[in-house]
Structure formats: structure tokens, C-alpha cells
Design a protein around this ligand. Structure first.
Ligand SMILES: [Zn+2]
Length: 149
């Protein structure tokens, strides 16, 4: 497991120590309460990437392992809930949900759902076929989505 060995230093499993400025780490820990930011130290092969979540370091990706794991996609908790809903609905019904179904589930207005879809699309988290109903495809791996209960 990668370790936090100082307020802004992280030691990878491979023994490498990535160092950042304390201010940078503090800002990232703050942001990680809302989403999952990540930071690369910019070293060789793209550098070691430190991923934060819930105010602390979650994991560290080692370039020596050729990035077996991709950095976590960045989305807010609410965006994540929409992604999870679309994924679960599609799994259950074998067809993606329509906007009015998301509207009913999240108890929001049609423009709110539509704006959310546009945002998710712009961030590259979903893909749609323009002008075609029920064509949303989630581009985030299922294991990176939370389960809706
Ligand atoms: Zn490493």
C-alpha cells in the first residue's frame, strides 16, 4: 500500500517518493471531499499519480506498473448518482432510461435532468446518439460507480 510519509510526500510500493508542495496537497484534500482529484508528480513515464478521496490519499498509481489502473474519473457525488442510475436501469431493462424516468427518480424538473445529461456528456462520462431517445451509454467502468439503494 502506498504511504503518506509527510504532509506532502507519498511513498509508492516501488519505493519511489513523490513530493509536492503542502499548499497543493491541502487544496486537493479539500476538493476530494466533493470529488476524486488526482495529481501527477510529472516524473518519467507520466509520473506517479496520487489519487485523493474523502479528504485523504486513497491510492497511488505507479508508472512502473504501466498504469494497470486508470485514474478515477472526476465527477461529483450527484453526477455519480445519475451515472449509477443510468447504469443500473440499463442493466435491469436492457435499454437506457429516458429523461422523464430520471426526472421521476431524482424528483427534479425536465430542464434539470437535461442540463445534467449535457454536463455528463461534456465531461465525457456518457455518450449519446443525437436525436435518438434512450441512447445514453455510461462510459465509466461499473466498479467506479456507487450502488443506488
Ligand atoms: Zn511506483
Amino acid at each position: 500500500m502506498p504511504k503518506e510519509i509527510g504532509p506532502s510526500s507519498y511513498e509508492c510500493d516501488c519505493g519511489y517518493v513523490a513530493q509536492f508542495s503542502e499548499a497543493t496537497i491541502l487544496a486537493l484534500k479539500q476538493r476530494s471531499l466533493m470529488k476524486r482529484p488526482w495529481l501527477s508528480d510529472g516524473g518519467e513515464a507520466g509520473g506517479h499519480i496520487v489519487v485523493f478521496e474523502g479528504g485523504k490519499m486513497m491510492t497511488m498509481l505507479c508508472p512502473k506498473e504501466r498504469y494497470n489502473e486508470k485514474p478515477a474519473p472526476c465527477f461529483t457525488r450527484l453526477q455519480g448518482r445519475y451515472l449509477a442510475f443510468i447504469h443500473q436501469y440499463t442493466t435491469l431493462h436492457r435499454v437506457p432510461p429516458a429523461e422523464h424516468e430520471m426526472q421521476r427518480f431524482f424528483q427534479v424538473s425536465p430542464p434539470t435532468v437535461h442540463q445534467m445529461i449535457l454536463t455528463l456528456e461534456r465531461k465525457g462520462l456518457i455518450k449519446r446518439t443525437p436525436g435518438k431517445a434512450r441512447s445514453i451509454k455510461v462510459l465509466v467502468a461499473a466498479e467506479q460507480l456507487e450502488r443506488l439503494t
